[in-house]
Design a protein around this ligand. Structure first.
Ligand code: AMP
Length: 309
């Protein structure tokens, strides 16, 4: 079926409700994105299509989560290609609202506060980033609630469907801190949605796919490979039940002059508190997440691998 593009929340609600009714669907999936889609986003869409009767993908470059106006301006916008990718994956609806549609009164006065989990790691370098990201995710999750576009007496409601459809939203593990925060927001504020984390998609050489990778020169892209190599070192040690030897992995990153390291740690996947002290000398046991962030040329790159032993 061809994908349908909608630009207002009202259209999104009515179109998704109509599709649910038409397909006699019992589940709806939402895939929030900022566009400039690549195979990582395609994997999110594919997973959502496999698991739901109706799938909506949103494309919205959210000004609230950009600290830097230049970064916001130069963020790639590729709507036609994005629609083609989503259609090929079987997504039913693309929701691409304007800034005015999402923030009709200008920047919202009341926002979601990420709290202490939002102040560390990415939050430390990008103040306010996660408040802005969670605020728009909250709005998008509300827009995507299944059945919300139908009157209570509609045919779908009387067939027992409206409001009862399962509701899932899909986020990449690539943005591990964002995923942890979205999970906390949904749990702490009782949003009626299941959050599904999707493993990171990488290019063949290991670099995690990102819409910003296109700004790397050939030389910078080659240098950036040290991030995934360093993470893989830790993963191999964890799999071999050896001490993680974070220092050697950090030295590997430091050996690459084009890479300006911000942080590289092993943390608890839920709280994002460092675990490094108790896994340096003894074999790693339990669940962890190795997280890394660095600047390479004009681009800030983040990556992570889950560790389980
Ligand atoms: P973005 O458009 O960068 O805001 O990303 C939209 C969604 O795609 C987020 O949930 C990201 O975590 C996810 N995503 C981005 N890159 C990847 C990747 N390489 N693998 C898996 N998911 C990704």
């Amino acid at each position: 079926m061809p994908i349908k593009l909608v630009t207002t929340a009202v259209e999104l609600r009515s179109e998704s409700a109509r599709l649910l009714m038409q397909k006699q669907g019992a589940s709806q999936g939402l895939v929030p994105t900022m566009g400039a889609l690549h195979e990582g986003h395609a994997q999110l869409a594919r997973t959502a299509v496999e698991q739901n009767d109706v799938v909506v993908a949103s494309i919205f470059v959210n000004p609230l989560q950009f600290g830097d106006a230049v970064d916001l301006d130069r963020y790639p916008r590729t709507l036609d290609a994005d629609l083609a990718l989503l259609e090929a994956e079987g997504v039913d609806l693309a929701f691409a609202p304007s800034v005015e549609e999402v923030y009709p009164g200008g920047e919202p006065l009341v926002r979601v506060t990420a709290g202490p989990l939002g102040d560390k790691w990415e939050g430390a370098s990008r103040p306010g980033h996660f408040d802005g990201a969670l605020t728009v995710v909250a709005k998008l999750l509300h827009y995507g609630i299944p059945g919300a576009g139908l009157p209570p007496s509609g045919a779908f409601a009387s067939s027992g469907g409206a409001g009862l459809a399962a509701y899932r939203a899909y986020f990449g593990q690539k943005d591990a801190q964002q995923l942890a925060l979205v999970r906390r927001m949904v749990a702490d504020l009782d949003f009626p949605v299941d959050i599904v984390g999707v493993p990171t998609v990488r290019s063949a050489d290991g670099l995690a796919l990102s819409s910003r990778n296109r700004f790397l020169s050939g030389e910078q892209r080659e240098a950036a490979l040290v991030l995934s190599r360093a993470l893989r070192l830790l993963e191999d040690r964890s799999n071999a039940h050896e001490p993680l030897d974070l220092e050697s992995a950090q030295d590997l990153v430091a050996s690459q002059p084009l890479v300006e390291l911000d942080y590289f740690e092993v943390v608890d996947p839920g709280t994002l508190e460092p675990l490094a002290e108790n896994c340096r000398e003894t074999p790693f046991r339990g669940e962890g997440l190795a997280i890394i962030a660095a600047k390479v040329g004009p681009v800030r790159l983040i990556d992570n691998v889950p560790l389980s032993s």
